[in-house]
Design a protein around this ligand. Structure first.
Ligand SMILES: NC(=O)c1ccc[n+]([C@@H]2O[C@H](COP(=O)([O-])OP(=O)(O)OC[C@H]3O[C@@H](n4cnc5c(N)ncnc54)[C@H](OP(=O)(O)O)[C@@H]3O)[C@@H](O)[C@H]2O)c1
Length: 253
């Protein structure tokens, strides 16, 4: 029986770095990469050193996209040692300014696809396997101007922490990764300016460093991975100070 990892959002950013670092750190027969841009994933697969890269082009915001992956899993019945749900996007803008459809799409991908992928993959995960869910520091407190996105990530954080407790008996660890701004294609999609607000841009970090810390935290069976002192401080502040005070302190949009 082959040992595999499944990584959504593998065509760029954090997902792509997870593919690279899993390939170099672990002995996996295959890494299944899922996203819509096939060519980007093929290029990545061709450059893997240890594992075979399997490219699955699927739009996970649609139920058929998730079914395509789960059907392959049901047919091949591998052991899934890692499930990494990194596919996700955000749209900057206030709730009434943004199109309804793009906000519902965020919920479909960031919440529904992540939940459905997790549900479909767990039966193939043996004791000692890892689920890594990409949440965000946006999960720590409500964000005016990034409202629905932050709310989807609060779901990911809470869902993952509770799931980790539920899966203790099966020996499956669940880690929620909560990065601040990371240099990826994320802001090209999120904003017409292609960059975050100026004060947020000051905290931009490298994707490979967030991924390395997440894998280290996952090895240590932690529940949450927060990279860098500024985001650790944000987490602390968001738990100590009433949210309405924090929301008054910053310019959010
Ligand atoms: N960058 C940041 O500042 C930041 C901070 C905190 C959390 N995050 C979270 O980190 C995760 C990864 O984002 P990133 O920063 O790596 O951004 P990214 O470079 O834009 O990567 C997003 C990935 O999601 C995939 N994706 C988007 N829509 C999809 C769909 N409908 N079906 C399947 N795959 C889809 C994209 O692939 P295709 O376009 O090829 O489909 C891409 O591989 C996201 O969940 C994001 O919310 C990012």
């Amino acid at each position: 029986m082959k040992n595999i990892a499944i990584i959504t959002g593998a065509s760029s950013g954090l997902g792509k770095d997870f593919v690279r670092q899993l390939d170099s750190k672990y002995e996996l027969d295959e890494i299944w990469m899922i996203a819509r841009r096939k060519e980007k994933m093929k290029k990545l697969a061709d450059n893997l050193k240890n594992s075979k890269g399997i490219v699955i082009d699927a739009d996970l915001s649609k139920r058929e996209g998730v079914s395509k992956v789960i059907s392959k899993l049901n047919a091949e019945k591998p052991k899934v040692l890692f499930l990494i749900n990194s596919a996700g996007f955000g749209k900057i803008g206030s709730f009434t300014e943004l199109e309804l459809d793009e906000q519902l799409d965020m919920i479909d991908l960031n919440i529904k696809a992540l939940t459905a992928m997790t549900y479909g993959v767990i039966p193939y995960m043996p004791k000692g396997s890892k689920i890594i869910q990409i949440a965000s520091s946006a999960a720590f407190l409500p964000q005016p101007g990034f409202n629905v996105y932050a709310a989807t990530k609060a779901y990911v954080l809470h869902f993952s922490k509770a799931l980790g407790i539920e899966l203790k008996g099966k020996g499956i660890d669940v880690l929620a990764v909560c990065p601040g701004p990371v240099k990826t294609e994320f802001f090209k999609v999120a904003s017409s300016k292609g960059k975050p607000l100026d004060w947020k841009a000051k905290f931009m970090v490298k994707s490979k460093d967030v991924v390395a810390k997440a894998l280290q935290d996952s090895e240590q069976n932690k529940m949450e991975s927060v990279y860098g002192i500024p985001m650790k401080l944000l987490k602390l502040i968001s738990r100590m100070i009433p949210h309405r005070w924090i929301l008054k302190m910053f310019k959010w949009n």
